[in-house]
Design a protein around this ligand. Structure first.
Ligand code: F6R
Length: 265
């Protein structure tokens, strides 16, 4: 894992946006397959990518996008659906074709069959080039809650009381938060060619410490990212505050920056 400890969310957003921009440019005419997360963590990155689209001509016209998850019971146009969230916070503001924004159908009559269809659709699209992830304070990625199989596929999952309470800030009350979702599995997420996880705040510090330095375990599903060869973690000082080896990661980062500025000369 490459760990970037950044001063604030805006600095983190620039690092993540650089990786997305590179994926889009590297894909050329074929177009990149972008893996998108919802929640608050990726919003500054989406804002930075929107800015680059408007001010620097970064084009997503040939790209396609796959969301990580969707609440069961909410149709795509529901105010709190993840499909709507990603439209309002990102894709409605860039030139990505809206027909190329894919998510599990939370209103499907058979959610289990819908989960299988969605998993296969990602594979048929050739897999995700770059996946952005947030992390739950309990170590979930997507909605793979503690106890999830570390090789799980896209499926119907039940949300923990902690996640329901964390997400209730978007609803009028905790009673309105759906209790089930369709989520890409840990195994599905791990098939992305590159993964960028971003987090900020003290409430994420324990999950980040487990993910980077803890034993791989279903108790903290994000620990499975240790088994992926290309993961970039972009966190602020508060989220990094429980990392035992934080100084070492800072040192590595300085070395890398020096190396790339030497190479650029
Ligand atoms: C969102 C998702 C979740 C969030 C996580 C962190 O699509 O799958 O795993 O990334 O719950 O949420 P925030 O960023 O709101 O703290």
């Amino acid at each position: 894992m490459q760990i970037h400890i950044v001063p604030d969310a805006d600095a983190g957003a620039r690092v993540v946006a650089d990786l997305f921009e590179r994926a889009v440019r590297d894909a050329g005419d074929q177009g990149a397959t972008l893996g998108l997360a919802t929640g608050s963590s990726p919003v500054p990155t989406y804002a930075e990518l929107i800015r680059r689209h408007r001010e620097e001509g970064l084009s997503f016209a040939r790209s396609r996008a796959y969301l990580l998850d969707e609440y069961i019971g909410l149709p795509a146009d529901h105010e709190q659906s993840y499909h709507r969230f990603i439209r309002e916070n990102f894709v409605d503001h860039i030139d990505l074709d809206s027909a190329q924004v894919h998510s599990p159908d939370g209103a499907a009559a058979d959610p289990a069959a819908e989960a299988v269809r969605y998993d296969q659709a990602i594979q048929q699209a050739g897999g995700v080039d770059v996946q952005i992830l947030g992390i739950g304070s309990n170590g979930h990625i997507g909605f793979n809650e503690p106890g999830s199989s570390l090789v799980s596929r896209t499926r119907v999952v039940g949300l923990t009381p902690q996640t329901i309470s964390d997400n209730s800030r978007y609803f009028t009350s905790a009673d309105e938060v759906p209790v089930r979702a369709i989520s890409q599995g840990v195994g599905t997420i791990l098939e992305s060619r590159r993964i960028v996880l971003t987090a900020s705040g003290e409430h994420k510090a324990e999950a980040i410490a487990q993910m980077v330095e803890g034993a791989v375990s279903a108790r903290w599903p994000a620990t499975m990212l240790q088994m992926h060869p290309d993961v970039v973690v972009v966190i602020d000082e508060a989220a990094a505050s429980r990392l035992e080896l934080a100084d070492y990661y800072r040192h590595l980062h300085t070395l890398e920056t020096e190396q790339s500025s030497t190479a650029a000369r």
